[in-house]
Design a protein around this ligand. Structure first.
Ligand code: COA
Length: 167
């Protein structure tokens, strides 16, 4: 099993998420615009604390491994988003990744920089195939998927296109 490690890029640090990150992330995530394509609504602090506690505890099903990171700017340590990877443990392990960056920090290449480092970390750790589910109208996320070397497949999940990059 791969342990969630700190990943450092030129501008960013991806720090393994812990339950108390909710107290900082609530300000980053409290924006309905972040839900335009992914559904749902911003969580209240108590809900976010519960969610992060569950994420930190890990997947209840041994067929999956959950990895979650807070994306921080190295310059000042401020949290600006999260990235996650769900690894499905099979003969050929594969991962499904997702990304969210708070509105004030968008359009600065942060999601692409974080996602690229995440995908490279997964591949370096033996993952054969990395996937992301992206709504076809979510142009920013389409660009991130392209930017990390993924290509659209003919698979769809709940109206989203599965993008993939093989090892
Ligand atoms: C998707 C998301 C993470 C992108 O974050 P970001 O840090 O702004 O992304 P980047 O700055 O790396 O931009 C990636 C590309 O998208 C483009 N882009 C960013 N926002 C855009 C927008 N609203 N419309 C069109 N293109 C956009 C950028 O110009 C960039 O293009 P380039 O690669 O040609 O330079 C962010 O918009 C977000 O958190 N959205 C809400 C959550 C979400 O939808 N997550 C995706 C789930 S699959």
């Amino acid at each position: 099993m791969i342990a969630t490690a700190r990943i450092v890029t030129e501008r960013l640090a991806l720090d393994p998420l812990v339950a108390h990150d909710a107290d900082e992330m609530i300000r980053v995530l409290d924006d309905v615009r972040l839900h335009a394509f992914v559904g749902g609504r911003p969580l209240a602090l108590a809900e976010l604390r519960n969610r992060y506690a569950r994420l930190f505890a890990g997947a209840p099903d041994s067929a999956e491994i959950w990895h979650n990171w807070v994306v921080r700017k190295r310059a000042d340590g401020a949290a600006v988003g999260t990235v996650q990877a769900t690894i499905t443990v099979e003969t050929d392990p594969h991962a499904r990744v997702a990304w969210v960056i708070g509105v004030p920090w968008q359009r600065r290449g942060i999601a692409t920089e974080a996602a690229r480092a995440l995908v490279e970390w997964l591949i370096a750790n033996g993952i054969e195939r990395v996937e992301a589910c992206v709504h076809p109208d979510n142009l920013a996320s389409v660009r991130v998927a392209q930017g990390v070397g993924m290509q659209p497949t003919d698979q769809q999940v709940d109206g989203e296109i599965v993008w993939a990059r093989a090892r």
